[in-house]
Design a protein around this ligand. Structure first.
Ligand code: BGC
Length: 479
């Protein structure tokens, strides 16, 4: 550990926690960059390789492209499935280091891939790194943060996801003229290297340390990241919560955990099936279909990326003041309205002149409502609502559902437009947003300001049904 406790003042401790969270949030940057970069790179990969066969099997080009694009999501499903358990076993910090190396190697393989098969391999390896990062980023930040600012700090990870997407759009734009797709994909190595080196100097999660019998190390980390008066209180809370049994997948189905398993899985699925990634991956295609020219579509897409980042900043600033539920519910309500408007815009033939502008405006507002609610709140809540022994495993399971939903939506979107049209497609996502709203209103608890241990104690108490509308009963901490 590089900073001596004795030399720290209370203020230093507070600023150190911001350094820890900001660095760990680079996990989100890997995730976002990977999401945003492939659509741009794909345009030029087509010129380098004959996309007509993989491993000697002849296939049509769009199938090969589909495999290249979705390879990373398949990798992310594998990474998330393994990542949860690994985070519990290896520790949060060590898994972040492993994830950064895996992502780096995947990006390198893609950048130098001599054949399409090796490119696909690189996409899968890169995706495994993203899968690890998507589980362990929010998990680590949540466990190391003081309760009062946990919402903002964990949401930094969503802020870096959205920044990563925007950076990737800009990188695509910058390298487009020369068609340099190897640079586009290879640039992922930079944040991976920064994350790896930075994490070498960051402490392990105090909760994980305590659970693994390292009480004095846990105390030391708390002393570096808390005001002095909170250290012993928080350690006591952790002690009271840790039980001796080690968590397994079966513990997830214990009656007292099950309601939160339903909440996590539901949120994970709704975050994807309400359609956000159709916009992240296909915005230019959607906008071109309204009659916008290529460059206008690409510029409007960058605009959508900017809105996504800006509104996530707003969420980061608000989330510990308003709480999670108000942002989630109002965000979902706004998304529903915008999806309805989008469907109408494509439905009314009389709107042909203005349709591009109405579609762009409603897409931007839809993304804004996602960015303020379902985007950050999903990742935050799943890092808060599970008991310590199975937190990693539970987050892994839920994150697998999220990536599987992502894959499903991105594979079916274009086909859905063919079959039911644009209006039908956006109204379908709108109907699913209504269901999401009802689900969240009824089942999602408020976690604002409470320690992870208080949330867990509350969960045990209300094992058999919770009135989600109730105010938290556990005592608030005044850190
Ligand atoms: C979602 C991603 C999405 C991103 C967009 C994240 O919270 O999990 O699937 O691409 O937000 O900002």
């Amino acid at each position: 550990m590089s900073i001596e406790n004795a030399e720290l003042t209370d203020n230093d401790r507070n600023s150190f926690i911001y350094v820890v969270a900001a660095l760990a949030a680079l996990n989100g940057l890997l995730f976002g960059f990977d999401t945003g970069v492939i659509s741009g790179a794909m345009l030029y990969i087509r010129n380098t390789f004959e996309l007509t066969a993989v491993f000697g099997y002849s296939m049509n080009a769009s199938l090969v492209e589909g495999i290249i694009v979705s390879g990373a999501m398949i990798g992310a499903i594998i990474g998330a499935a393994l990542g949860g358990r690994l985070a519990d076993r290896l520790g949060r910090r060590r898994l972040i280091l492993v994830g950064a190396v895996v992502f780096f190697v995947g990006s390198l393989i893609m950048a130098i891939a001599p054949t399409v098969e090796i490119l696909i391999l690189g996409r899968i390896v890169d995706g495994i790194g993203v899968g690890f990062a998507s589980v362990v980023g929010p998990l680590y930040i949540s466990e190391i943060s003081p309760p009062k600012i946990r919402g903002s700090l964990v949401s930094l990870n969503q802020l870096t996801i959205t920044s990563g997407i925007l950076i990737a759009y800009l990188v695509n734009f910058a390298f487009a003229a020369g068609g340099e797709w190897r640079w586009m994909l290879g640039l992922g190595m930079v944040p991976a290297a920064v994350l790896f080196v930075g994490m070498l100097f960051m402490p392990e999660s105090p909760r994980w340390l305590y659970e693994h019998g390292r009480e004095s190390d846990a105390r030391e980390v708390l002393a570096r990241t808390r005001v002095e008066t909170r250290v012993e209180d928080e350690l006591r809370e952790i002690k009271e919560t840790v039980r001796t049994e080690s968590g397994t997948l079966r513990d997830l189905f214990e009656p007292w955990v099950r309601p939160m398993l339903i909440v996590g899985v539901g949120l994970a699925a709704f975050q994807q099936v309400t359609g956000i990634n159709t916009v992240m991956y296909y915005a230019p295609t959607i906008l071109e279909s309204t009659g916008f020219a290529d460059t206008a579509s690409i510029l409007a897409t960058v605009g959508i990326g900017v809105v996504n980042v800006v509104m996530t900043v707003v969420a980061v600033l608000l989330i510990d003041r308003t709480g999670r539920r108000p942002l989630l519910l109002s965000g979902l309500a706004g998304m529903t309205v915008m999806l309805a408007v989008l469907g109408v815009a494509f439905y009314l033939p009389g709107l042909s002149g203005a349709i591009g502008w109405i579609a762009t405006g409603s897409l931007m507002l839809y993304v804004a409502f996602f960015a303020i609610g379902l985007g950050p709140v999903f990742w935050l809540l799943i890092s808060e609502i599970y008991p310590m022994e199975i937190r990693g495993t539970a987050m892994g399971v839920v994150t697998v559902v999220n990536w599987a939903g992502n894959l499903l939506v991105s594979l079916t979107f274009l086909r859905l437009i063919d079959v039911v049209g644009q209006t039908g497609t956006f109204w379908l996502y709108g109907a699913l947003s209504v269901l999401a709203l009802l689900f969240c209103y009824r089942l999602v608890p408020e976690t604002k300001g409470r320690s992870l241990e208080a949330i867990e104690a509350d969960l045990r108490e209300t094992a058999f049904g919770r009135d989600a509308g109730e105010q938290p009963r556990a005592t608030e901490v005044d850190d």
